[in-house]
Design a protein around this ligand. Sequence first.
Ligand SMILES: Cc1cc2nc3c(=O)[nH]c(=O)nc-3n(C[C@H](O)[C@H](O)[C@H](O)COP(=O)(O)OP(=O)(O)OC[C@H]3O[C@@H](n4cnc5c(N)ncnc54)[C@H](O)[C@@H]3O)c2cc1C
Length: 458
Amino acid sequence: MAEFDVIVIGAGPGGYLAAERAGQAGLKALLLEKQHIGGTCLNEGCIPTKTLLRSSKLYDAALSGAPYAVHAEQVTLDHPAVVNRKRAVTASLVAGVKAGLKAAKVKTVEAPSMLKGRTAGGFEVEAAGETYVGKHLILAVGSHPVVPGIEGLSDSMKSGFVLTSTGLLEIPEVPESLCVIGGGVIGLEMATYFAAAGSKITVVEAAGKIAGSLDADATGLIMKSCEAQGMRFLMNTRAIAFREGTVTVESADGKREDIACEKALLCIGRAPNLDGYGLENLHVPTEKGAILVDDFCMTGVPGVYAVGDCNATGMLAHVAYRQAEVAVNHILGKYDPMRWACVPTLVHTEPEAAFVGLSLDEAKAQGIDAAGVKLSMNYSGLYLAENENGQGIIKAVFDRKKKTMIGALIVGGPASELITICGIMIDNELPVERMKSYVFPHPTYAEAIREAIFAAKL
Ligand SMILES: Cc1cc2nc3c(=O)[nH]c(=O)nc-3n(C[C@H](O)[C@H](O)[C@H](O)COP(=O)(O)OP(=O)(O)OC[C@H]3O[C@@H](n4cnc5c(N)ncnc54)[C@H](O)[C@@H]3O)c2cc1C
């Protein structure tokens, strides 16, 4: 029976990084993965979607070059080649992860694993016919798409009429029409690519707004841009039945419509993986369908940690990465709790949007004496030069008493890159006066952040 300091189950961002960090710190680490190293993020999530979106954004840019005095003819988007490129990008990243694990001396076993229970030596796990014992256990088993019990859905998924994002990312041909059930981040990113690739898109969203918790100004701009691409949005509307070629939807006021479509994408959310790997054998507490963790990602069973999607505290790859380090540092006896207030959220639509920290309303609801600023991204000369009729905005929220930034939202340009600057300011509670004296390079999109700082009335 092989013994380890740490056994990590699941090799997505949470798991592979936890195993690598543990190995780098000199711990004897074992990583168990049942499907593919890299998990959802590298194989069927973050990276594949962004690879597709890079192609569709280049294609769109080529088609809309006229305002920039660029006239391209016979521009095409070769979907099968895009899918092949996506596979190559993924393979390259997965190879990099494997090399990192090897360098950190992590033993990796590619097989499903089963938690067996606890013995005097630690936690027992079975994989590929072997029993392993770990002094510590890190669960990084991820999540799966939610599939509700809607009429005809199960058969439609079996026949391939309804796909999850995983299936759609591998589709060999662009469907003529695509009904996207769920206007969250995944649905919007997939819709953005397939609309550019030529699909007629209908987005069906049960809520009154798209993109979950994203600010209404941002979702308004994204929706306007998506509609200009030809997408149709059915808000406050649910899918109630599926049959080959048709999705029946019903609006909140009871109106029904049959949407004819070649394919449908089901993306109404993801749920933590709790079943099928013996979680019950360790009596790990769960709540609302997720593994309960504290600020150190430890579960209710001392020595057992849960990071990433399976604890549902963020359902984002960067949350999983950070939690991997938090858990390993706790095992190493280092004080390094998760700080929840400063986790950025992003969507790679056109325009791109990202936010971090509090909105003005959230800050006020918390009793903070807060001041908000909203500026056009055109305050950045580079944004203006590069974006004809750009509608981008930056919103920033400040704590008047502490004179620090506490929240930011950026729509337009490389918003998901820019938001890191705001996140660092917020996380470190940098005084506004200190931020004002920082020399921002010119011309850059980041100068819009500087403008927002100077515009704050504190
Ligand atoms: C289409 C799509 C786009 C996304 N885009 C973004 C994005 O742009 N930015 C972002 O931050 N997030 C994005 N996400 C979310 C992101 O992929 C997840 O938050 C992230 O992968 C979670 O990492 P994880 O390590 O917790 O789980 P996962 O990446 O899901 O990895 C879990 C791993 O555990 C393995 N496993 C499960 N059970 C067992 C077992 N019993 N034995 C062995 N192995 C097991 C699974 O096979 C899997 O490989 C996207 C997700 C999707 C689906």
